[in-house]
Design a protein around this ligand. Sequence first.
Ligand code: MIC
Ligand code: SF4
Length: 644
Amino acid sequence: MSYTVAQKIIKSHLLSGKMSPGDDVGLKIDQTLTQDATGTMAYLEFEAMGVPRVKTERSVAYIDHNTLQTGFENADDHRYIQSVCKKHGIWFSRPGNGICHQIHLERFSVPGKTLIGSDSHTPTCGGMGMLAMGAGGLDVAVAMGGGAYHINMPTMTLIKLRGSLPPFVSAKDIILEVLRRMSVRGGVGKIIEYGGEGVLTLSVPERATITNMGAELGATTSIFPSDDVTRAFLCAQGREQDYVPLSPDSDAVYDEVIEINLSTLEPLAACPHSPDNVKLVREIGGIKIDQVCIGSCTNSSLFDMFKAATILRGKTVHPDVSLTISPGSKQVFNMLAECGALADLIAAGARILECACGPCIGMGQAPNSGGVSLRTFNRNFVGRSGTADGQIYLVSPETAAASAITGVLSDPRRLGSRLDIRMPAAFQVNDNMIEPPADESNMNTVEIMRGPNIKPFPTTVPMSDTIEAPAILKVGDNITTDHIMPAGAKILPYRSNIPYLSDFCFTVCDKTFPDRAKKAGKGIIIGGTNYGQGSSREHAALVPLYLGIKAVVTKSFARIHKANLINAGILPLNFVDPSDYDRVNEGDELEIYAASGLFDDSVRLVLHNKTKDMKIPVVCDVSPREWEILTEGGLLNYTRRQNG
Ligand code: MIC
Ligand code: SF4
């Protein structure tokens, strides 16, 4: 047998199932990561499982999302996470140390290992040759307790990179080109592997930009081989001992092959309001801009920051533009300061923010009304910036910096022949902001600090034979988790308070939804294709659960959200005939029951539209294990029973 890079890692971590596409496979997880916006819930779930010490090789908790502390809530949650880490064997990255994915890449990623994280951009470490996947918090909690992580065995897509990038064209433009070709649902059920001679021209942080934003394809993950470039990065991080070479077998078989000639790529931008609405920068033209934000887990490496600093050196940010810079990690920030590049940015008029997610998740820096904002980030969903009518374009650091000077969207190739950037031979290594856990012998002395913001999460009951509820909401295609459970500075502090969050559920689509759902006490949601794309936030399942949602019936689901619904005990159903979507209106009275008592690998059910008196066939496309989770009322109940 011959294997791709991803198949090799899956094979060496396989705990259950067969590696044939679509089959449920259980994987041993070597490493986990959490961030603070999903972490509090994940650790509450971990505590509820009653496992005294994590069983992974390495688990790390990062504080990077909720760093605007306008009340006690975030600070309380940070204290809680810090104390749980100390007690239960988890490394704690303190606020100020940077964005989880950037730090994990620098300090902990190891080629050939598996990683799951309670954040959809966990595939960033695929740039290091790890099998790194985003997951719901409960899945991460189970993995910390030593349990397998289950996925449907993906098909394999090879993206063959030819040639090398022209000056001022960036790794960001490569992933934007992939999104242009494949769309936000083109990666569902797939692992995207990069190969071809173009791979050798890309550094690990550039590879990580590409695997990071592979999340926007809906892919299970994206991965690069581990080669001399990988070794050089690990050496520069003082971690050469972690290097393991990893490449596909020469006769590895891929289900799909896509070729991209890097030499012919041009600067690209994803236009409002979707990461796959990609156009050439020169084709969009010189639209007037109001804001430029450089940073996020996609583009905040030292190389990205150097590019911005070099372009801005000796210049002034345009008077109509506000430019923000968020370095990805303390390592990046420190090195920028030491070599003087930070001074170049400050002198040009950039507003320097702390190294954290910041504007990417609407934590400050919302643009002006109707404002055009160029961001080096990965998502431009409606309202995510904090301004409902903000117009967000996703671009490379080169395009962002060039435009910040001119005040209009600008093709960076106009800047000259090539940027003269010399990367240092070694990164500055100082892990003083990463706190190790207490020794096992001392763990019992650690007291868990729970603030008043932490409310119990909704309990679930085993599934009943029939569900009777109204179609409480009907939505269209590509609904994101930012629609279902918005984030931003006003709401994020309440990620450990499901009752409070419930007042914001789906308000991007329908302001009356929370009230209506509370009055009805139960409901079924009707959705289109790719329902639940975007974030891994399990709150997008837990909050609907709290509001009495029993089932979600759609044309198709995004992977992580579907898993989160199952984990919460909410039935994810698909129309057998997608055109039946038109046969249900909001407000119709519905009933769901099994078509036969039998269960094979997908349960056939009937959606009885009582208002229209129509019987619509629907299917619950889940594995036998997932069906058991659903019938027991969710993963926590299931895991508790498994652990006796
Ligand atoms: C995001 O980019 O949407 C987030 C915020 O990082 C989320 C996680 C969350 O909602 O906390 C993600 O991508 O999973
Ligand atoms: Fe943070 Fe934005 Fe990355 Fe999400 S996408 S982890 S909010 S920087």
